[in-house]
Ligand binder design. Structure first.
Ligand code: KPL
Length: 297
C-alpha cells in the first residue's frame, strides 16, 4: 500500500517504521512543510531503527491508499481539510488520537473515515521515540463509507499487532474517553503519574459516575461500577505513566482537554445533563493552559 502518515510525532514514527518493515510505500506529512522526515524508534525489545522518509509530496498524496492521522485531536480537522481535495475519493482516512469530536468536525468529507483507539504507548525523548509498551489498536467506521474498510485491520495487524476491527467502534471510543476524562486532567492538575490516582479514589469515582450517565444517554449501556472497574484496571496497567495531558502541561503545550472533558460536557449538555465535577476539571485545565499560553505570547 501507499500510505501518507500525517503527523510525525511518537505515534506517527512508530507506524512509519512498522509499516516500512512490511514493505509498504510511505511518506510523512508535516504541518510545517519539509521535504523529508526522520523516524528514530527504539522498539520494545531494544532494537533501534532510524529511517528517513519523503515528506509533503503532493503527487504521493494523490496516489495514497490510506491517510493515517496521528496528530493531536485539536490539530486534526484543519490539517485533514487541507489534504482531502488531493487524496483519492475512495482512500480511507484513519484518525488515531485521544478524545472525540473530530468526526463531527469532518462531516462532509467525501473519503471513508475510520476511527482508531490505541493502547500502543510511545514517548519522545528529544528527537528519539521509545516504544514503551505494545498494545491493542481498535479500528472501525467513522462514516458510512468507512464500513467497507474492515480489511485494513489485517494490513495494520501485520505491521503493529494487535489490531482489531469493530463495527461499533463508538462503544470502545466512549470507554477510552471515560479513561481519559478520569486520568488525564487529574494527573495534569496534581502533577502525578497515573498510579498516584490510587490515593484519590473519591475524585476518580465522581468523574466516572458523570461519564456513565452521559454514556447511558448516548446508548452505551455500562454500569457505573463496570466503568469504574475498567478505569481502575487502566490506572493499574499504566501506573508508571505520565499521562499525555500531564506531559503537555509540563511542556506548556496546548492540551486535548477540549476533545476529552470538553466533548463529554458537550454531549452532557445535549442530553440536558449536568456534570459539575468534570466541568470544574475542564475549567481548571483551561485556566492552566491560558496562563502559560498568555505568558509565552
Ligand atoms: O491514554 C492515555 C493518555 O495518557 O493519554 C492513558 C490511557 C491515560 C495512559 O496514560
Amino acid at each position: 500500500m501507499k500510505i501518507t502518515v500525517l503527523g510525525c510525532g511518537a505515534l506517527g514514527q512508530l507506524w512509519l517504521t512498522a509499516l516500512y518493515k512490511q514493505h509498504h510505500q510511505l511518506q510523512g506529512w508535516l504541518r510545517v512543510p519539509q521535504t523529508s522526515c526522520t523516524a528514530d524508534v527504539t522498539e520494545t525489545d531494544g532494537t533501534h531503527i532510524n529511517l528517513t522518509f519523503t515528506a509533503n509530496n503532493r503527487d504521493f498524496l494523490a496516489h495514497s491508499d490510506l491517510l493515517l492521522v496521528t496528530l493531536k485531536a485539536w490539530q486534526v480537522s484543519d490539517a485533514v481539510r487541507h489534504l482531502v481535495a488531493e487524496l483519492p475519493e475512495n482512500s480511507p482516512i484513519l484518525l488515531l488520537h485521544n478524545g472525540m469530536g473530530t468526526l463531527e468536525e469532518l462531516k462532509g468529507v467525501r473519503q471513508p473515515l475510520l476511527v482508531g483507539v490505541t493502547t500502543q504507548a510511545a514517548k519522545r525523548e528529544g528527537n528519539k521515540v521509545i516504544h514503551v509498551a505494545s498494545g491493542l489498536t481498535h479500528i472501525g467506521p467513522g462514516n458510512e463509507a468507512g464500513q467497507r474498510h474492515s480489511g485494513l485491520a489485517v494490513a495494520l495487524q501485520h505491521a503493529l499487532p494487535d489490531v482489531a476491527w469493530h463495527d461499533n467502534i463508538s462503544a470502545i471510543a466512549w470507554k477510552k474517553l471515560a479513561v481519559n476524562c478520569a486520568i488525564n486532567p487529574l494527573t495534569a492538575l496534581h502533577d502525578c503519574n497515573n498510579g498516584a490516582l490510587r490515593a484519590r479514589p473519591g475524585e476518580v469515582e465522581l468523574i466516572c459516575n458523570e461519564v456513565a450517565l452521559v454514556m447511558a444517554r448516548e446508548g452505551h449501556h455500562t454500569s457505573r461500577e463496570g466503568l469504574l472497574d475498567y478505569v481502575w484496571q487502566v490506572i493499574g496497567a499504566t501506573a508508571g505513566n505520565a499521562s499525555s495531558m500531564l506531559q503537555d502541561v509540563r511542556a506548556r503545550r496546548h492540551t486535548e482537554i477540549d476533545y476529552i472533558t470538553g466533548y463529554l460536557l458537550k454531549r452532557a449538555r445535549a442530553h440536558g445533563l449536568e456534570a459539575p465535577h468534570n466541568s470544574r476539571l475542564f475549567e481548571q485545565i483551561k485556566r492552566k493552559e491560558n496562563d502559560y499560553e498568555r505568558i509565552s505570547t
